[in-house]
Ligand binder design. Structure first.
Ligand SMILES: NC(=O)c1ccc[n+]([C@@H]2O[C@H](COP(=O)([O-])OP(=O)(O)OC[C@H]3O[C@@H](n4cnc5c(N)ncnc54)[C@H](O)[C@@H]3O)[C@@H](O)[C@H]2O)c1
Length: 437
């Protein structure tokens, strides 16, 4: 394929060198004369293991050249990859000025180009940037229509400096965000030599994945460091702890606990987070990440409550009271917290949970429930039908399989507040609201 790469910094230089090593014909573009001249001499403009040889081979074989002229690059290629910098502004926002400039240049060249061209964003950009900044800039400068006259896509980069070539040739995944099939299949063609899971998705999901990834990596580092600090405070070897932690690929290093849903609860997580944070405080250790976990969880519970109260209805049926399906453990159930607060505000509440029957609950669990909601027995109903017939608002509180049928059972005048993402929520478009989707 004939590809132009805009921006010859870390990402652009690696992208240019690596794609040309697959046999693609690559033109690199950068306003910095020094970078352009280094590439044309077969040298890498950045220090990165193996990149010098890759670029030198590609230039010697005529598969890679660099220029400062955007027009030349666009007219002599079929697809442009934007790899310019997107640094932080002082207020933390993304600085899109280099992106806008490059779009104006590419757009001007597109206005002269009779054949179709695709513009793919590899720079890290906040969700919405391609639709609200890149496409308008390209359309303004070219006088053409995105999706019709030229293709637009997102293809975030996952390389790490220092191991960039390895990461490029063996990425964790290749993400292609595009609306039209032609642009997507062009991008698939570009990556055909790479064996990695290929994800085809929307432009916005592709933009967001990059942020979820990087923020997650940052959270992991901060988490490991805070665990390290508390281990040091307790004279425990943090590396031994984290080695054992990392051996658990069922709950720790896995997709478990990583689906947006409702607040956590139960007899362990809140209690244990609270105890560890307290221990850290007692050792005068400042651990803001761990200390923020319970407040974050409480905010999420408040969010659930607000979704119900802002509907302006009074009759609420809660489906599922325990913090997850298949248990009768009610301790620190965030749903119970919501029930208690709704009752306190005078709402007419009913609860259906086939695992919760006052006659069967015993010990601490029963005491906890009666302390939270003294008259709970008058609120419990026997069947899903009873709960649905009472409700103006149906709150799905846990993932019990029976609740998946409510898509067929709620009336059009009933609202559904979903805290768990029941499976067939797409049928409930009108009056349906999910807590974080
Ligand atoms: N560095 C990384 O490890 C990494 C990894 C993944 C994603 N990213 C993202 O990739 C993007 C680029 O990062 P980087 O580290 O390569 O940036 P960089 O600052 O090293 O390089 C950006 C290059 O763009 C050039 N440029 C500016 N305006 C231009 C224009 N109008 N036309 C052509 N070139 C222009 C600059 O001269 C510079 O050489 C950023 O959005 C970054 O967040 C970076």
């Amino acid at each position: 394929m004939r590809v132009s790469v805009f921006g010859l910094g870390y990402v652009g230089a690696v992208t240019s060198g690596c794609f040309s090593s697959f046999g693609h014909s690559v033109v690199g573009v950068d306003p910095a004369e020094a970078k352009v001249s280094l590439i044309n001499q077969g040298k890498s403009p950045v220090i990165e293991k193996g990149l010098g040889e890759t670029i030198s081979d590609a230039v010697a074989n005529g598969r890679l050249r660099a220029t400062r002229e955007a027009r030349d690059a666009v007219l002599s290629t079929d697809l442009s990859l934007i790899c310019v910098g997107t640094p932080s502004r002082r207020n933390g926002d993304l600085d899109t000025s280099a992106l806008k400039l490059v779009c104006a240049e590419i757009g001007a060249a597109l206005s002269e180009k009779p054949s179709r061209h695709s513009v793919i964003v590899r720079s890290t950009v906040l969700p919405g940037t391609i639709r609200n900044v890149i496409i308008p800039e390209l359309e303004k400068a070219s006088g053409k229509k995105a999706g019709l006259d030229f293709g637009v896509g997102s293809n975030p980069e996952f390389l790490r400096e220092g191991t960039a070539l390895e990461d490029f040739f063996s990425p964790p995944k290749t993400v292609i965000g595009a609306e039209d099939d032609r642009t997507a299949s062009e991008l698939e063609g570009l990556y055909s030599a790479i064996k990695a899971p290929l994800v085809r998705t929307s432009i916005e999901v592709a933009e967001m994945i990059k942020y979820s990834d990087n923020v997650w990596h940052a959270v992991k580092v901060a988490f490991a460091n805070e665990i390290g600090v508390i281990c040091k405070g307790l004279s425990i070897d943090s590396h031994e702890v984290m080695e054992v932690f990392c051996k658990d690929t069922k709950l720790n290093l896995s997709s478990y606990y990583l689906k947006p849903g409702f607040s956590f609860g139960g007899s362990c997580l809140p209690k244990d987070v609270r105890a560890l944070v307290h221990k850290a405080r007692s050792l005068d250790l400042d651990l803001p990440l761990l200390a923020s976990v319970l407040p974050s969880n409480e905010r999420h519970t408040n969010r659930g409550l607000e979704m119900i109260t802002q509907l302006g209805k009074r009759r609420v049926s809660i489906l599922g009271m325990s913090f997850k399906a298949g248990t009768d453990d009610l301790r620190e159930s965030p749903i119970l917290e919501i029930v208690e607060r709704l009752i306190g505000k005078g709402y007419d509440v009913r609860i259906f949970d086939r695992n919760i029957s006052l006659s069967k609950l015993v010990g601490a669990n029963k005491d906890y429930l009666l302390r939270m909601i003294p008259h709970v027995s008058s609120l419990l109903v026997e069947s899903l039908d009873d709960a649905l017939s009472h409700a103006e608002i149906v709150v799905v509180g846990n993932g019990d399989s029976e609740f998946r049928t409510i898509g067929d059972r709620v009336r059009s005048d009933q609202f559904v507040v979903d805290l768990v993402r029941i499976r067939d929520h797409s049928r409930l478009k009108e009056n349906y609201n999910g807590i974080s989707w």
